[in-house]
Write a protein that binds this ligand. Structure first.
Ligand code: F6R
Length: 613
């Protein structure tokens, strides 16, 4: 996730662009840059670090004259945060400048093609390919707009682009697919931006672009084109939100916004790694024969990331037949683990800076294991220290309680398990194909989980139970792993004591805590284990518990034989079902916390990045 902004008008562009970027820093903050047309040529100023560095570098924009320009605040995906990887990116001949939010999935073959034509590249980013591709088509006689259109037709992936051309001063082109882009109407000035806050100070009349739309704007005009290049009229919306709400995209809290971003985050994480029905992990460079000699996998992490590891154990063992042990990072380094070069240590961390996790990584490397990190922040300490990195492309997560990072980490477990299975030939082809098909359907199904009917039902149950003092989460197999996360969410943001147990384990002790009115959330999404979990539900109901079920569609009648209250999610492969069931658990915790008046985004005693042991 990055933030882009574009301006054409009569005032100096640079200060307006910097002001717009300051409202988009929540979308990424590892570097920032602007490009303006100064009357003679395109001038770029960009730098690693927070936006303030760019403001200092350009003296608040004063050092860059010119009345049209584009700006960017970056959340690194391809290439570490650095000056040269910062946007805007100039084309090789310096005719075009581009800012981009999204991921160009086929940038490597495009780069090779352009290099063969003699074009040079100066960064490690996917975006630079777009700048050079536009220049390539322009050199062949296309107009500015035609060149942009031709370039995006060759690109696979997601993009919102802002483009300047040195030969067409006073014009900015914007185009989008699967990444947000809006247009803002001003008086004698026009804007594009990733999000409303960037331009709210200047206009409240905006157009939300659809996928495939392209716009060409000057200070006094704008023309919208559809995918076929036809001129189209677009509906103008009047924004009534205030800036504080707008930064959260209209949501009351970052956590809720991030819950709703999960389908896209999972799509962004999975999609670029599937080509022609197979998993392609370009980012991993395992030595030859490494997987064949693999004897054991440890998954090491803290908190929710550790719970992803607990899911990972079920998934990887099932698909790859390699023993997997999830271990808490704070315990791993003191547990004298048995490691050698036949052991893979998978480290999972959203921030990439968690002290316990980093220390465990170093311990694993010292003891001769290969380390693969699953990290959300490019260039973070864990990413730098690992042998290989698989990034989750969740974008910046602002709420302290993780939601979308968790979901993308889970998605990486699926990718990794299928990749190892593919390399070790542990799956019959039909099973592999069925899993691949299910994986590709997942983002769409996650959208269904967040249907208005489901969210209304969750709000209703939250209102019913928000005063409970004790909550138990039970499930079997992968469902029991998802319960761990559901329970943690409720503890950390709603401050309710809760426990998660494998459903069959209650009778060995904790069932003595069940009394009249204790809430038990029963997650039962595995058809083969459904009846067994229902038996455990009956045991707690008989002792006075109120039970809320989470199950799959098609099991409506079956679950209502045992309980009245239930939430239904779409069915997928059993191994991927946790992606569906965790969302109602997160959303339930969110609404319970809200009803208890808790500070949802900044829960007490917690920090987003835990850099102490
Ligand atoms: C819970 C949560 C924490 C983190 C844990 C690890 O909602 O966010 O439990 O999962 O602190 O943090 P990272 O993933 O940054 O290493």
């Amino acid at each position: 996730m990055c933030g882009i902004v574009g301006y054409v008008g009569r005032e100096q562009a640079a200060p307006i662009l910097l002001d717009g970027l300051s409202k988009l820093e929540y979308r990424g903050y590892d570097s920032a840059g602007i490009c303006v047309y100064d009357g003679a040529a395109l001038q770029v100023a960009k730098t690693k670090g927070r936006l303030q560095n760019l403001i200092d570098l350009t003296r608040g924009g004063a050092s860059l004259p010119g009345t049209s320009g584009i700006g960017h605040t970056r959340w690194a995906t391809h290439g570490a945060p650095s000056d040269k990887n910062s946007h805007p990116h100039m084309s090789d001949g310096r005719k075009f400048s581009v800012v981009h939010n999204g991921i160009i999935e086929n940038y490597l073959p495009l780069k090779e093609m352009l290099e063969k034509k003699g074009m040079q590249f100066h960064s490690e980013t996917d975006t630079e390919v777009v700048a050079n591709l536009i220049e390539y088509f322009y050199a062949q006689g296309a107009t500015f707009r035609q060149a942009v259109r031709k370039a995006v037709a060759r690109v696979e992936g997601s993009y919102a682009l802002g483009v300047l051309c040195a030969d067409v001063p006073g014009t900015v082109i914007g185009v989008k697919k699967d990444s947000p882009l809006i247009f803002g109407y001003g008086q004698g000035r026009n804007f594009i931006a990733s999000d409303v806050p960037a331009i709210l100070k200047y206009t409240r009349d905006v157009v939300y672009l659809n996928d495939g739309d392209l716009l060409e704007m000057t200070a006094d005009s704008v023309t919208f084109y559809n995918t076929h290049g036809e001129v189209v009229e677009k509906k103008t919306e009047h924004v009534t939100w205030e800036i504080s709400a707008a930064e959260k995209g209209g949501y009351a809290h970052f956590m809720l916004k991030e819950i709703y971003e999960q389908p896209k985050a999972v799509r962004d994480t999975i999609h670029p790694r599937i080509r022609e029905g197979r998993i392609v992990l370009d980012d991993i460079q395992f030595p030859a024969e490494y997987l064949k000699n693999l004897r054991r996998i440890y998954i090491v992490a803290c908190g929710s990331a550790y719970y992803v590891g607990v899911h990972g154990k079920y998934i990887i063992e099932n698909l790859c037949r390699v023993p997997v042990e999830p271990v808490l990072a704070s315990e791993f380094r003191y547990a004298d683990p048995v490691l050698d070069d036949t052991t893979l240590v998978i480290i999972i961390s959203q921030s990439g800076e968690t002290a316990d996790t980093l220390a465990a990584l170093r311990e694993a490397k010292c003891r001769g294991a290969r380390v693969l990190a699953v990290v959300n922040v490019v260039g973070s300490s864990i990413a730098k220290a690992a042998d290989d990195v698989l990034y989750t492309w969740a974008g910046p997560e602002i709420a302290v309680a993780t939601t979308k990072a968790f979901s993308t980490q889970l998605a990486v477990m699926y990718l990794l398990a299928l990749y190892i299975a593919q390399e070790l030939h542990t799956l019959p082809p039909e099973r592999y194909d069925a899993l691949m098909a299910a994986l590709q359907r997942l983002p769409e199904q996650l959208e269904e989980v967040l249907s208005p009917e489901n969210v209304t039902a969750i709000q209703y149950y939250a209102a019913q139970y928000f005063n409970n003092r004790d909550v138990f989460f039970i499930g079997r197999n992968l469902d029991s792993a998802t319960c761990l996360e559901g329970s943690l969410k409720l503890k950390e943001i709603a401050y309710i004591h809760s426990e998660a147990y494998p459903a069959g384990e209650l009778k060995h002790g904790p069932i003595s805590l069940i009394e009249n009115g204790t809430l038990v959330v029963a997650t039962a999404t595995n058809p083969a284990l459904f009846d067994k979990t229902m038996s455990n539900v009956k045991e707690v109901s008989a002792r006075g518990a109120d039970v809320l079920g989470i199950t799959i569609r098609g099991f409506e009648d079956a679950i209502h034989k045992t309980m009245d209250s239930a939430i239904f999610v779409p069915q997928t492969e059993v191994l991927f079902q946790a992606s569906m069931s965790v969302i109602p658990l997160q959303t339930f915790a969110y609404y319970v916390a809200l009803m208890r008046g808790c500070d949802v985004d900044k829960p007490r005693n917690l920090a987003k990045s835990v850099t102490v042991e």
